[in-house]
Ligand binder design. Structure first.
Ligand SMILES: Nc1ncnc2c1ncn2[C@@H]1O[C@H](COP(=O)(O)OP(=O)(O)OP(=O)(O)O)[C@@H](O)[C@H]1O
Length: 275
């Protein structure tokens, strides 16, 4: 598709307005959200509802704003100089930009896992215990040990590290380190888990374990995952949102988005005609 045809289709496809599931219950409700880096508009009037206890995948070509959107959801962008945000994001009805919202507490509720696993140069145990200690979330050593164990179990890592808790986290494999980072994020009992290409640095077997884990975790968490891998989005997500040049073109059930998308632009992207 020629660039002019793409922008024409985009203008048609993307008037501001609520998109995505009307049901089931939305955990995150975004309306008319724009994000600027200085003069650059990275996100343009996004409206989407992200349902609770489901996996929502963000797809789209490089630079279309997926990571910016993900980082907006727990206000990680606050620390980037020159960022300006307009519009609303509410989680369980609470406006995340309201003056009474504490960004530190927001980031506890909305955890994040990055593309490159980033364990601290500390033991396996201390990596998971860290957030519990700094937030004062446990009252005794026994409780701390229980929470570390349950977090490692939830991240499907316990069996592999139960005898290595005192070893440096840096001695684990790449896939284990990524699951450790997931355990660290889960330890503080978030409600939402944001994952920015969590498997893109991993081999196929480690990737499969992360995908299985994502599938299991949605029982307890609302998950939003950015991926460049369309097959991965199709495998792990219930809903898929397709972004293009800072706009949300379409959010639909994943099965629908990949087989019978509403927008021509989505069809062109998922069939590999451009992007
Ligand atoms: N810290 C920043 N300062 C200035 N501009 C930025 C910054 N971060 C992102 N951008 C710009 O915002 C736009 C969206 O970038 P973003 O990283 O959100 O896209 P993306 O879809 O996640 O891309 P990728 O798939 O390559 O990670 C791009 O034009 C990018 O150059």
């Amino acid at each position: 598709m020629a660039a002019d045809a793409v922008s024409g289709a985009l203008a048609e496809a993307s008037p501001a307005g609520a998109r995505g599931p009307a049901e089931p219950l939305a955990k995150i409700d975004v309306d008319d959200l724009s994000v600027y880096y200085g003069e650059t508009k990275a996100l343009d009037r996004i409206a989407i509802r992200i349902p609770a206890n489901q996996v929502t995948a963000f797809i789209g070509p490089s630079g279309c704003g997926k990571s910016t959107f993900l980082r907006t959801l727990n206000r990680m962008n606050d620390i980037v100089p020159g960022v300006r945000v307009s519009g609303t994001v509410s989680i369980d009805g609470q406006d995340i930009f309201a003056p009474e919202t504490d960004p530190v507490e927001l980031r506890r509720r909305v955890g994040m896992v990055f593309q490159q696993s980033n364990p601290f140069p500390k033991s396996v145990f201390e990596n998971v215990a860290y957030g519990l200690r700094v937030n004062g979330l446990t009252r005794s050593r026994v409780e701390l040990e229980d929470r570390v164990e349950s977090s490692l179990k939830a991240a499907a890592l316990w069996e592999e590290v139960r005898d290595r808790l005192r070893d440096s986290a840096l001695t684990l494999s790449g896939g284990q380190q990524q699951r450790l980072c997931i355990a660290r994020a889960l330890a503080v009992q978030p409600e939402v888990l944001l994952m920015d290409e969590p498997a893109s640095a991993l081999d196929p077997i480690a990737t499969q374990r992360i995908e299985e884990l994502v599938y299991q975790l949605k029982r307890d968490y609302t998950i939003v995952i950015v991926t460049h891998n369309l097959q991965q989005a199709a495998r792990v997500s219930d809903w898929t949102a397709f972004f293009w040049l800072g706009k949300l073109v379409e959010c639909n059930r994943t099965s629908r988005l990949f087989t019978a998308p509403t927008e021509k632009l989505t069809e062109g992207y998922v069939t590999g005609r451009f992007g």
